[in-house]
Design a protein around this ligand. Sequence first.
Ligand SMILES: [Zn+2]
Length: 205
Amino acid sequence: MTTRQQTNEYHIQKGVIAALRANSEPQLADRLERCMAGRVNGNPRARTCQSPGCLWCRAPMIQSWWRGICEWAAPGTSSLAVIALRTPISLREAVQRLRRSLRDVRDRLAQNSNPWRSVCFAGMVGGDGTAFILVQHERVKRHEVLTMLRRRWPTVVLKDLERETPLSTMRVDDAADLARSRRGVEPLRVVVLPQRDRQSVASSE
Ligand SMILES: [Zn+2]
């Protein structure tokens, strides 16, 4: 890592710490500050803060969630949808909207097409607002998935599962917001489960 990158990172982290203090979160700010000091001094014994607001602690958290999501996907019947969320709203809000929209798209299609009922999504949104969504579509062809997603997100790209990881760097206010929510990086996760099979539910009752 270059010195310039490092300087930039400390600058961002200081911004997050200041934002937390301004939002009456002095203890959380102290934790991030201690974590940063430990890293600056190269002290291996220093306690890491494990806050999603922290630039350094957040990266492994995102990577670990992402690995789990990739393991969940069946490569033969899954595709990776890359969706750019470019809106002035906060990152957390953008993720919530995406989650609702994906469910909405799937549910509408499932009303008239049984195979769509089994379509499900799992993914994460990176700090830059780029969503990496794994689409499990066992009974629906990939080109159909792409066509339907494009109606809602015209710039969506569908790929094979690749070695890509959502970006962990994010805007200061988004990082502070994530830290204050105290739910790790879970707010960046998008999960839409398959619809319950009404027939099998009915027969088991
Ligand atoms: Zn930390």
